[in-house]
Design a protein around this ligand. Sequence first.
Ligand SMILES: [Zn+2]
Ligand SMILES: [Zn+2]
Length: 222
Amino acid sequence: MQSDACSSPPPCEGLLRRPRFPILTLDEAKLTPALGYVFDKKWIDPRESLVSILWKLKVANALSGVAVMRLMRLDIDPYESLPPKRGFIDVVRLNEALGLPTKSLHMALIEETNRRRYSEVFRYCHFCMVRGYHSLLHQLETASRCPAHRCPVESACRQCGHEAPYCLNVQLLEAPHRCAHCHAFYGNRAWRPDRPRPMRPDQRIAFARSYFEQGLGCRSHG
Ligand SMILES: [Zn+2]
Ligand SMILES: [Zn+2]
């Protein structure tokens, strides 16, 4: 018998079908901090995934998952799922809110036309998660180990075994660096904006090398 923990996640098809419900008309002004968002570019490491970036934004600003979804796109029902792919996310809007270069935001997203196989479930390195870091390189099915730590990439929560779909949705965003099912930390600790831990230079090099070895650095993105 299959348990919830190991059942296949639903496909990430938020925008692939028409919303079943009317799009909510939320007052954006109430969701946006009066003085803008607190976000320090130094919190972000090279080749960090958008999920990881948004988790840090959420923690630093105590935002709701709905508010983060609205930040990615205004023309959707925030309770739908968005694929973490280029073309589905309003990177200009994110750029204006966070001050991160659009190039970095593009690199944080899966290229829609890319034939490489990315896992449909969230995959992580336990040791990278201790620092609150997740990369698209962890999602590549051809990469079974973390480029920096050389340990196997995991997908199941160590506490409850849940595998989260790799989609941008309220459930995932509401549980920064944690299992969306039982809320256990993937890296056994919370990421804190006042205690950033810089990535070690050798790990930075390992991610950069892996990025190019996987052929992800061959194209430019405006
Ligand atoms: Zn790692
Ligand atoms: Zn869990």
